[in-house]
Design a protein around this ligand. Structure first.
Ligand code: FO1
Length: 329
């Protein structure tokens, strides 16, 4: 049986995984999920990327938004607002709240996030083994100018401030410049149980079209994970989240700029580098980038990369697996 390890962020990773499951129905898939987006709200631990993968593969996702539960209502959020308790900019629905309550309760009882994730997945049956990248607390913070924060009247001394990734992404809609992206806690985090073992036993490692900085980049920032992938000696193939010099969805350009990477399919491949990446798929629109990526020592091909429907997404997954076989040969 083919053993596939996938490093996944939120929506892009989850949708790609759906395609991968249909392209390789018999494969044993382990997903290493980003937890740098996690946030504590109302006393609850919220894990957006793990939940997005779990709900998407388990059939409980809001398909239109790509995050949160289907058939959602927002009574709790409205009641909290009536008490003047925020933040209101983060849309937690009633059904979703139940997940965070169960998670927080189990963690309060001493279970690590990896065990809690397994327990939540017992209900959702995502058809993959979903592991958080770490059981330790990692929080991605984004450094912005204080002048860009609402409420700043410009009179106070101007400087820089680190805000939680979700505040940057959801409240500020990544509308202001990011000067740095810091996965706080990553440097001392340990890979969660099973992560290094899954990588060591993998036949192929895939980077879906997830955000290279705040999703895949954060997972790679956990000491030991990047090294394990580089040393696994198996094909590592990625799919570009950048098509035609713009992110397919989300605002990846903002955080790419913060780490000094141009928003292009070729620049993202070079950012990962040939020491990590063996193969890279770019969209047909970016066929002109293929030669440059190959010059950087990474096998590259242009194929359709828009996850417009299940079949198109499955084709992308098949192309990634085919490229892995070519690399292996
Ligand atoms: O744009 C939004 N994204 C929301 N997301 C998505 C999420 O913040 C980001 O898209 C990811 O963290 C990026 O990978 C949620 C995800 C959850 O699991 C639970 C609640 C939310 C709420 C929002 C929201 O209000 N607005």
């Amino acid at each position: 049986m083919q053993r596939i390890v996938v490093l996944a962020g939120g929506i892009g990773g989850a949708r790609f995984l759906r395609g991968l499951k249909s392209a390789a129905p018999d494969a044993d898939i382990t997903v290493i999920g980003n937890t740098g987006d996690d946030i504590h709200l109302f006393g609850l631990k919220v894990c957006p990327d793990l939940d997005t993968v779990m709900y998407t593969l388990g059939g409980g996702i809001d398909e239109e938004k790509g995050w949160g539960r289907d058939g959602e209502s927002f009574a709790v959020k409205e009641e909290l607002a009536a008490y003047g308790v925020g933040p209101q900019w983060f849309g937690l629905g009633d059904r979703d709240f139940a997940t965070h309550i169960v998670r927080t309760q189990m963690m309060g009882a001493g279970y690590p996030l990896s065990a809690v994730t397994e327990a939540l997945c017992a209900r959702w049956q995502p058809g993959v083994r979903l592991l958080p990248m770490t059981d330790d607390r990692v929080e991605t913070h984004v450094l912005i100018d204080t002048a860009d924060l609402a409420g700043s009247d410009g009179a106070e001394e101007q400087g820089r401030k680190a805000v939680h990734f979700q505040e940057y992404w959801v409240r500020l809609r990544a509308s202001v410049d990011a000067h740095a992206v810091v996965p706080v806690g990553a440097d001392t985090a340990k890979p969660a149980p099973g992560v290094l073992e899954a990588i060591a036993e993998a036949d192929v490692v895939l980077f879906p079209p997830s955000n290279p900085v705040v999703s895949v980049g954060t997972i790679l920032a956990v000491p030991g994970i990047r090294e394990a992938i580089a040393e696994a000696g198996v094909p590592v193939v990625g799919l570009s989240p950048i098509v035609g010099d713009a992110p397919v969805r989300g605002m990846a350009d903002k955080v790419l700029a913060a780490v000094g990477v141009e928003t292009s399919a070729a620049a993202v491949a070079r950012h990962y580098g040939s020491g990590l990446l063996d193969g890279w798929l770019v969209d047909e629109t970016d066929a002109g980038a293929v030669a440059g990526v190959e010059e950087a020592g990474i096998r590259c091909r242009a194929v359709p990369l828009m996850m417009t429907d299940a079949e198109a997404t499955a084709r992308m997954a098949r192309e990634a697996l085919r490229m892995a076989e070519e690399v292996r040969a």
